[in-house]
Design a protein around this ligand. Sequence first.
Ligand code: MN
Ligand code: MN
Length: 476
Amino acid sequence: MTQFDLVIQNGTVVTATDTIRCDVGVKDGRISSLAERLTDAHEFVDADGMFVLPGGVDAHVHLDEPPFYGVLLNDSYETGTRAAAHGGTTTIISFAQQQKGRPLRESLDDYHAKADGNAVVDYGFHIILTDPSEQVANEEIPALIKDGYTSYKCFMTYDGYLDDGQILRTMEVAKREGAMVMIHAENEHCIRHMAKRFDDAGETSLGSFSKMAPMCVEREGTHRAISMSELIDVPILIVHVSGREAMDQIRWGQDRGLKIYGETCPQYLMFTDEVYDKEGWEGAKFLFAPPPRDAENPDALWRGIATGMFQVISSDHNAFQFDSTSGKKAGGSEPHFRQVAPGIPGIEARLALVFSEGVSRGRIDINTFVATTATNPAKIYGLYPRKGTIAVGADADIAIWDPEKRQTITHDLLHEEVDFTPYEGVEIKGWPIKVYSRGELIVSDGEFVGESGRGEFLRRNRINVQPAQGQPVRGN
Ligand code: MN
Ligand code: MN
């Protein structure tokens, strides 16, 4: 009997901690051996000169949610996960929104109907809470945590934002039952106040979008979330940290020994608020919340990644169309800072952008790249060590990465089901050439070759404890 289904030979295997020349043996969808030389296999793939990386874990993805600002997300679970696969991402955690007045379980059923049999990579759901009542917190959430829905997102902003009491209640149940609380940390009252001021003054161009929510608005929300986390004594993750003032708060909390995790996104590394000086509607292609910051900010974020202050880099993928009247332009005939749906696509280019701008340019090492884009999100959200690393027993989710491959990102290159990319024209060095999910080749040299609907729902482990320790590989 042949020992392995597949052996990836001669590559350089990279994990969050190690960089090793070795072969990778795959059997029954899992990594079953790492050794200098493996010979007995049905199939051999030569990875000489390539990095052999764990498939990416994108832990902040919006697919097929209800309209936002009246605009629908254009990517389905099928198209969005295909785009993820093309970019080397083999696990996503997307959002399922609680609908007020309905059992959480029923809201989740809707999302399973969208994803099950359609996604092509494995997926889990974070639950966006809009109404964490006593009954929801004490009865519904504990039952769902048992079933592997182990993260809950709280918004401090937008219509339907949670007040501090609701967030504290969510933190209590997360602490008791073992879940991660994710916070979108911006002060809604500050934003509304400033938005009205600009609107009243007729200052309605897209430049007012970043002015209504400057760094202090995010800083305040971040500090408040950290204080509540300290009060309840529960780890939290601050999503899409845009700027150095929020970073200062996270670093302050981490220095006090609090378990505060930070996520940032490629858009904050790539753009500044100058994008809103562009003519006409063009700035709407870069409209996302929190907004990008000043020219010094991207370097500060890179330092935060390099020094370990940030654990996670996610895409915050939102495939709103640009040119369609049912897309970002739906709000009116002229761009108005308060009427353009905030959010941009990015699920496919995430890994390449961070690799190219980070590793290829020498800002971070390749282990930090793997840690922030795969290993840490798997750990923080209860998927490790099944996902997010190259190790014996882990799922054989692997991206064979050509560090020299140069591409220019264009809309045509990407597979996201949306009519633009904010990264148009960005030159990339480093791209995945073969992508495996559970041992199956799903992308080969730019072609999707996997079966449709092959992705599996991931029941995630309870969180709040060091997730890597003492858990069996199939511990979920
Ligand atoms: Mn958000
Ligand atoms: Mn988001």
